[in-house]
Design a protein around this ligand. Structure first.
Ligand code: NI
Length: 192
């Protein structure tokens, strides 16, 4: 990988996600990238290039947004950037380990996959997680209460499903903030 690969990948995802709002956009991918690098700092032994590129491209073939097969968007971008085929395989393997719905209960097999999955999950917690949940709910015609149900069904469980110690530390204040938000939401909802 040369030095220009990361900026080129950022430009690629900004273009790819243009017009998407809320849950899955370039800003989400950038936050996942920064989360992933922070986790990687606390987890020596991982390949940070794989972590960085998999984090940036983790939604490039998301089935909710694109009708691609076999990581086609990520693969064609990386191939055009002349990333080595072996490395592309490892990046796609890490990307495919991320999805919550497809991998429920299954831990990623590679270290890099674990880190990127944790980084993605961190972005579902805290103030950002709350904002994303309501943005996604609004796009899909869900009421506020229906979005709040999603906190109980998914988001509050994430803290215990993280793979790395570094991510568990970063998740703590975000999880606590979710709980505080829910408490206040219930209080205001039930006010007579
Ligand atoms: Ni994501």
């Amino acid at each position: 990988m040369n030095d220009a690969t990361i900026p080129a990948t950022i430009a690629y995802i900004q273009d790819l996600f243009r017009g998407n709002s809320g849950g899955h956009d370039a800003a989400h991918s950038l936050r996942v990238y920064r989360n992933a690098l922070r986790i990687a700092e606390g987890e020596p032994g991982c390949d940070t290039e794989i972590v960085a590129l998999a984090a940036l491209l983790h939604d490039a073939d998301d089935h909710k947004l694109f009708h691609t097969e076999n990581n086609a968007n990520a693969r064609s971008f990386l191939t055009a950037r002349k990333v080595a085929p072996k490395k592309i395989e490892r990046i796609c393997e890490a990307i495919n380990a991320v999805s919550f719905s497809q991998n429920r209960g299954k831990r990623p097999e590679t270290f890099e996959g674990k880190i990127v999955q944790d980084a993605d999950r961190l972005d579902a917690l805290g103030a950002i997680g709350i904002a994303r949940t309501f943005a996604y709910g609004g796009e899909h015609g869900r009421s506020l209460d229906e979005s709040v149900a999603h906190f109980h069904e998914k988001l509050l469980l994430l803290k215990n499903e993280l793979n790395t110690e570094a991510a568990r530390k970063l998740a703590e204040p975000r999880h606590a903030f979710l709980e505080r938000f829910l408490e206040e939401y219930e209080k205001e909802s039930n006010q007579k």
